[in-house]
Design a protein around this ligand. Structure first.
Ligand code: ACO
Length: 403
């Protein structure tokens, strides 16, 4: 292997690769992705098989510990998670201090970081493997509760406590949608669709939020702080925020009269900052394998739930027009996973400000697995270099002599 620091000392060169388009930041045994061929595998298992056959919690185990669990291992994993689903009552009060219109991603990121203050054992980078694992289980268990409560808070609705006899996905839906005064039944179609969506989002190698988690963790910051940083990175509309941006774009097109061609023209106009949200991907340049799976799931859900929504008609038209257009074809711009995930979330009754929170819920096992791999592999602190382009040197000028 090339010793980069020796090479730099000898040559004085620094590699400049803005956006890290061709720079590997780490070695990883978690997720394999081939953007040209449209292949995605977790720990060697094709995403198509996992989405079809596995449960989200099984996939979480696979990503974090490296292999699919046996029945005993899975039972033990689920029962350990179940012990930690409650959130400290003092933390519950934090929610109430946020304004009702607070974006749930802002609340979620802050709440996850706050967990470190309630569990100080997470702060010690040299703690035992058992304590490290407890930190992981706590986070996996509490994120659905925190996510659902961030939504309840935005509605000023009463918080629902976890029902531990429910599985991971059903419990989350219950905490999101149940009300103390109503008898809430979780629809199995919705549970299945959400299970699939969470699996598809569970890891995606060194994307913006995952790289953030690894780089923050490389300073030996605790797991909660590292994941909180990942949640913030995910929030942006060019990353996880794209699913919310898709629905907002469809609403805009609808309110403007539904002329899809006009908006496609706008997206192609280089003087117009508008981009078609949910189209294009940094790595997939032929198709996004997750989009293929999710498109089918979206069709199934819409049919089973008998949903008739003008926004979905616009989405279908947009997909068709863009796929046939030379601008999009020549740049390999296809609908990505977020184009369809926003559509499914909307059909499931999940409000658009919660879409990126749903993404975070799915991505959590991947972030944890990547943080664990980074810390166990003893990676050095992440510290990129730069190519300086500013003034070389200047003498200080008193304020009266400036200008
Ligand atoms: N609409 C219109 N034009 C686009 C779009 C789009 N959605 N995406 C890319 N282009 C154009 C660019 O203007 C550029 O054109 P040019 O070559 O004439 O200058 C060309 O396609 C290449 O685009 P880049 O921005 O260089 O591609 P990059 O790999 O840096 O960006 C990204 C990828 C950020 C995903 C981009 O396609 C985009 O902004 N898409 C919309 C937002 C989105 O859906 N994000 C979700 C990503 S998936 C995820 O996070 C799970």
């Amino acid at each position: 292997a090339i010793d980069i620091s020796k090479l730099r000392q000898e040559t004085g060169y620094i590699t400049l690769d803005t956006g890290y388009k061709n720079t590997g930041a780490t070695m990883s045994a978690i997720t394999f992705l081939d953007g040209e061929e449209g292949i995605l595998r977790y720990r060697g298992y094709p995403i198509e098989q996992l989405a079809e056959k596995a449960s989200f919690i099984e996939v979480a185990y696979l990503l974090i510990y490296g292999d699919l669990p046996t029945q005993d291992q899975l039972d033990e994993f689920i029962s350990s998670i179940t012990k930690h689903t409650l959130v400290h009552e003092d933390m519950k009060q934090f929610f109430e201090a946020y304004p009702a219109q607070a974006h749930p991603m802002g609340v979620l990121s802050a709440m996850v970081c706050s967990l470190s203050t309630f569990y100080p054992e997470s702060l010690d980078p040299n703690r035992s493997a058992e304590k490290k694992n407890r930190t992981i289980l706590r986070l996996l268990a509490k994120l659905p509760t925190l996510a659902a409560w961030s939504y309840k808070n935005s509605m000023r609705h009463p918080f629902m406590y976890p029902k531990n006899e429910y599985d991971y996905v059903k419990n989350f839906l219950y905490m999101m949608f149940a009300m103390p005064t109503e008898d809430y039944k979780v629809d199995p179609v919705v549970v299945d669709a959400l299970n699939k969506l969470l699996i598809l989002h569970a890891d995606h190698e060194q994307n913006c939020s995952t790289s953030t988690v690894r780089i923050v963790g490389s300073s030996q910051a605790n797991l909660y702080a590292s994941i909180s940083a990942g949640i913030s990175a995910l929030w942006g509309p060019l990353h996880g925020g794209a699913n919310q941006a898709v629905i907002e774009m469809l609403e805009k097109i609808h309110n403007d009269g539904g002329d899809v061609d006009k908006w496609v023209l706008k997206a192609k106009d280089k003087d117009d900052p508008f981009r078609l949200m949910g189209f294009g991907h940094r790595v997939y340049k032929n198709f996004d394998p997750r989009a293929t799976i999710i498109k089918k799931a979206a069709d199934d859900v819409l049919e089973k739930l008998k949903i008739d929504d003008p926004l979905l008609d616009i989405a279908k038209k947009l997909e068709k027009v863009a796929l046939e257009d030379d601008y999009f074809k020549s740049r390999n711009l296809y609908p990505n996973v977020d184009f369809y995930s926003g559509i499914i979330y909307k059909a499931l009754g999940i409000p658009s400000e919660m879409f990126t929170v749903m993404f975070a819920l799915g991505r959590l096992p991947g972030w944890i697995a990547q943080w664990k791999e980074m810390s166990e592999g003893g990676e050095p602190i992440g510290r990129p270099r730069q190519v300086y382009t500013g003034e070389i040197t200047r003498d200080y000028v008193p304020i009266t002599k400036r200008g």
